[in-house]
Design a protein around this ligand. Sequence first.
Ligand code: SF4
Length: 383
Amino acid sequence: MTLDRNWLKRFRCNLRRWYEAHARDLPWRRSSDAYHVWLSEIMLQQTTVTAVVPYFERFIARFPTVDDLAAASEEDVLLFWEGLGYYSRARNIHKTAQTLVARYNSRLPEEVDKLEQLPGIGRYTAGAIASIAFEARAPIVEANTLRLYSRLLGYRGDPRSREGQTLLWDFAGRILPRKRSGQFNQALMELGSRVCTPSEPDCPHCPVRSCCTALAENAQHSIPLPKSRPKVTYTTEASIAVRKNGAYLLRRCGSDERWSGMWDFPRFRLDELAPPTTQKHAANNGHRLKAMAKKTRCRLEESVLAATGVETSVNALVTEIEHSVTRYRIRLLCYGAVHTAGSLQPNRELSWVSPDEFRNLPLSVTGRKFADLLVGSSSELFE
Ligand code: SF4
């Protein structure tokens, strides 16, 4: 496809006009503050605008400046990120804030190459920050623009391959105007997310339809090539709420674990154990684990002892939660147990936490669901 002057002029002009009329009023667009641009770009990775808005507003209210973020504990940052997922993003922004304070006078650098050296900032995010916050002529390719560019070009190859990436980044650089490139990049992303959508592109109302090869070839539904999906893995795990004097045992997840830095009830893989023969959501009526295989119960109690140092009696299935993390589909059986003997092992991040304190700790997504269920629950459930 040749990008002649007329094509470029028509494309830029139609896109700008459409964006000026249709741009959403989003909290991070109300200024070009680099800190806001950076946070919003990180939060929007793998996450919808609707989900991000309330998180962004709460986060900015709690950490109004780079210095505030750098001075906070990682636990506090994770607490304000809880529920947004992909928690390495939160840990990275915390590390980056500390780097900005130490090396850049609490400011984000303006150059793409310097931005790319910061934790959690890749080529796309660096281009977005540089163009939106600093008006640098920096191109972008992310999920929405990858789809949009592929269709505009009528590119039938794999846009995620080396060849596809080279083509799309080159295209992104060529269509970018010299002035107001930040607004132009935002317009491209907005068009990709709201008009040139994955399964139902609204071609009749698209402002750049006269520039689109895929539409001309009636190929908008087959371009781009779909992403190959990783094989789904099914697994069963157990989460144990051990109760002692009205408080529950929580542990902080290690750096090599899912939900690193967050708190959770002691949790174990159950795949290799005999499955309990209990019913889903049985606990609210005081269901006991009479039918629970003795072997399973013993293994759970042994596992808690080995991981924490306390002896327990695992007594009730409180609930069952199904959830997904990346390629894993997890069936989580949540048990109630009582402490019977022993003290917490030293040098482990373990703590007895009262239900009133659950809100002050960042919990794993399933940990929060389980904790909410336990607040105000009867102690009989555990006996
Ligand atoms: Fe996407 Fe259709 Fe617009 Fe082409 S015409 S860019 S396929 S919405």
